[in-house]
Design a protein around this ligand. Structure first.
Ligand SMILES: [Zn+2]
Length: 379
């Protein structure tokens, strides 16, 4: 039936008193006839039949597959990067209490842990070094690029054990400095940007030369993307190393469980003079523009769910770059805690949060849920 006949059908019904049966037997008879004539066409469209026919949406997502098609990006295993905490004690495997189900592992424990995950489709990991040896930390973060240290040793080990695994190395000094800040400090305790960039870019080079497919500086010093890119070019390896910048990394309380895991809390002060202030949307946009211009291949936003507008900005500014989002330890721990308290189902919420991050514009998600998703996405 055409739209015009639907409308004339309605007019007929209105003229005859619609479905109001309170006006006596004659009226009821007419009205019943009217209902018979118009039921098929109007009952389903009664909400806005005089409006535009495009008001009818339900049919478009009536089937599960049609619902999946509504998303611009659907979560796949290839989008996920799994964070690993690697310690300098080879046999360690310690549960991190504030990060449910996540462990700090030594070199001897990583390969057996990853093998079944890779069989299930794990594509990528990001490595964080966690030096536990009492002499491992100093003011310059010397052990960050120790060739026998946990990150470089695990890059070499994983490249050999799992040739298809994409290895990203987080690059920062805070796990290795005695003061716990993300660079080298001046005497007054502020970051010395020039020295920090020099050091950070050296560490990135050491990871790239050890075989990392991707280096990801998370320190937030100004100008470190340019410095790393230039050193990669100079060393002749810029063509085979992805440079992923933590461009919009906001300060805040969501990193607590990570700092427990990595032992990277600052011994004094905080990181508010180099990580972005939570309200700083314009600042984040400027940092994203800057890092693209300095040679970043991927832009990252961190945390994720509290900063969906920034992910959307990153996608708008960096239309031609992949955007990554780090669903940080606090986001993960909150979802686990709420699910444990019976607020919602863990799997449903993990999907909802991650799909929100994709909808905002990310196509890469660093997620502690990765091992779960490898199972969940199987079905
Ligand atoms: Zn740091």
């Amino acid at each position: 039936m055409s739209f015009s006949s639907l409308v004339s059908d309605l007019t007929y019904r209105d003229r005859n008193g619609g479905n109001d049966d309170r006006r006596g037997p004659m009226s009821r008879q007419v009205s019943t006839m009217s209902r018979a004539r118009s039921y098929a066409s109007t009952a389903a469209t009664s909400v806005s039949i005089t409006g535009d026919i495009s008001s009818q949406l339900h049919g478009g997502y009536s089937h599960p597959l049609a619902r999946a098609w509504q998303a611009e990006r659907q979560l796949t295993k290839s989008m996920l990067i799994y964070p690993l905490f690697i310690t300098d004690n080879p046999d360690e495997e310690t549960l991190i209490p504030s990060l449910p189900g996540q462990y700090r592992r030594g070199l001897n424990k990583i390969v057996p842990f990853l093998r079944p995950l890779i069989a299930k489709g794990l594509k990528s990991v990001i490595l964080f070094g966690v030096p536990l040896h009492p002499d491992a930390k100093d003011a310059l973060g010397t052990s960050a690029d120790d060739p026998t240290g946990p990150v470089i040793a695990s890059i070499r080990l994983l490249r050999k054990a799992f040739p298809s695994l994409f290895i990203t190395a987080d690059v920062c000094l805070c796990e290795y400095t005695s003061h716990g800040h993300c660079g080298i400090l001046r005497e007054d305790g502020s970051l010395n940007n020039a020295l920090s960039v020099d050091r950070i870019s050296d560490v990135a080079m050491a990871y790239a030369e050890a075989g990392a497919h991707c280096v990801a500086p998370s320190d937030m010093n100004d100008g470190r993307i340019r410095a790393i890119k230039l050193k990669l070019i100079e060393a002749g390896i810029a063509h085979k190393v992805v440079l992923m910048s933590y461009s919009a990394k906001f300060s805040g309380c969501l990193y607590g469980p990570f700092r427990d895991a990595a032992g990277s809390s600052p011994s004094f002060g905080d990181r508010r003079c180099y990580q972005l202030p939570p309200g700083g949307r314009g600042l984040a946009r400027r940092a994203i523009v800057r890092d693209i211009n300095e040679g970043a291949d991927i832009i990252m936003v961190k945390p994720a769910s509290q900063y969906l507008d920034i992910i959307s900005d990153a996608k708008e500014i960096g239309k031609d770059l992949p955007v990554a989002a780090y669903q940080v330890s606090g986001e993960y721990a909150m979802i686990c805690a709420a699910a444990k308290a019976g607020v919602f189902d863990l799997k449903t919420m993990a999907f909802e949060a991650t799909e929100g991050i994709l909808r905002a514009g990310a196509s890469i998600v660093v997620s502690y849920f990765t091992p779960d998703f490898l199972d969940w996405l199987e079905n």
